[in-house]
Design a protein around this ligand. Sequence first.
Ligand code: ADP
Ligand code: MG
Length: 547
Amino acid sequence: MTQIRRLDPETKRRIAAGEVVTRPVDVVRELVENSLDAGASRIQVAVDGDGTDLIRVRDDGHGMRREDAALAVERHTTSKLSGPDDVERVSTLGFRGEALPSIAQVAALTVTTNDGGPRGTRVHVSAGRVETEAAGRARGTTVEVRDLFSNRPARRKHLSSAKAEFARVSKLLSRYALCHADTRVSLSHDGRETFSTPGSGDTDALLGVYDRTVAGQSTTFSFVGDDGDGDEARVDGILCYPSVTRATRDHVHVAVNGRPLADESLRRAVVAGYGSLLAGDRAPIAVVRVTLPPAAVDHNVHPAKAEVSFRDDAVDEYVEQAVSEALSTADLRRSGEVAMDLETSLQPLDGESRLGDVTVIGQFRELYLLCAAGDELLVVDQHAAHERINYERLRAAVGDVPSAEVTPPVTLSVSAAEASLVDALADDLRALGYEASTFGGRAVRVSRVPAPLGRTAAPESLRTVLAALDGDGETPADVRDELLKDLACHPSLKAGETLSTEVGERLLDRLGSCEQPYACPHGRPTILALDEETLVRGFERGNTRLG
Ligand code: ADP
Ligand code: MG
């Protein structure tokens, strides 16, 4: 049984209080978090206009008793902490006891609630006056917020258009819906439903928030690791295949202990887990939940709790590892455009060796290998496939990159900044296979270049490598990887080359044993699959099987 109490002064001092409500979206966040904390399985959010007219959040959570409902609207009252030490191990989304009173300060607030008893309670707060009365309601809570900021003209003036304010709400609620995929969440604007999720897991939530293409090309995953102190750390969620990407990391939804966060380093870790499956300028669509023991996370570092700090910095690493492992076992073959429905694109992988039972049928336009694989017709981009094979071979040649002498050495003219980088990064460059020395402050003499497995880099590639080593966040290992990708791509099988069936089969064999056969090193697909069902439907053969 929950009971709301006033926080003691020491606890109040410890919580990083701040301005909670500056926009309509803040009201929605606080109310939705309260509903989740109340164990709701269904949350319905309604917004009129820009949200200043009305925001209503209705849930089927545990509700409140009459005396608790009256106390809830007072400042620093919460059922979620019982003493100062609880701040460090809080597992609920709320804990400061500030949301309802803060909202009541800038709006008219009505809370209608029932904890399962015969009668419910309605508490209305407006202009500092609190009225409590009996009210009918099934178990759960409805909070209505009207006339937001009517007593704060400056705040109100600061708001964007109704469309923009609602877009903020929609984005926020989508994140909660995706991160809490077992909760039914719906949003309506001016009486019209804009999205809803059915509360039946990740794939359906993705379908509710995005569409069939996105949901159909995704894989759920779950990973249990160690947080470094022997405590269990769990990473799970859903990852879209690299066939559906976006231009920004906005669609990488990360949550820690149930709270969606705008955490760039976690998002970067998710993207890093995709590795070379993604083209450099693309970002995936993914929902990644991290669950850690409450004591491992500090939610109390940000007034709106939009950021957390981890008491252990390995978190990014195992998020990357979890994503990478999930993708290496998923079947990432792109479905051909003709296969439009969810069932077809979700077909599971058959057999162990990924391209084990593939027969080469022929070649099309000297660009594509056509192959039969069970019920599927595969179209393999031979150039992309070859790049992938080369890249993995090069990468497997561990340690320093072998180099070759440039005779005679080549002189590159460089900027003063580049010249000083050459001196500063001499060791990193040597590990990458370059031998370069500066002279005259604006010139570099290149006497050795990387040459793994007989592929010799051009001396000019030093410029790209310098730029990459100088860039933010790129480690020498990343740069090495990029260099190998470029080397892998240049001498690969050119488009427009006739392949014998035998060479084609060897190519497929090698591709099948790659760690990641379904994309070239730069993230383009290597294989499209067209299954028999699609042909059956296309030729209108109904349920008859092809003989
Ligand atoms: P906090 O969430 O930090 O505890 P709030 O001001 O948001 O503070 O809420 C105060 C208290 O009111 C909560 O601790 C909770 O007990 C109760 N409460 C608020 N919203 C709901 C709800 N939707 N269902 C049940 N209880 C609620
Ligand atoms: Mg709260």
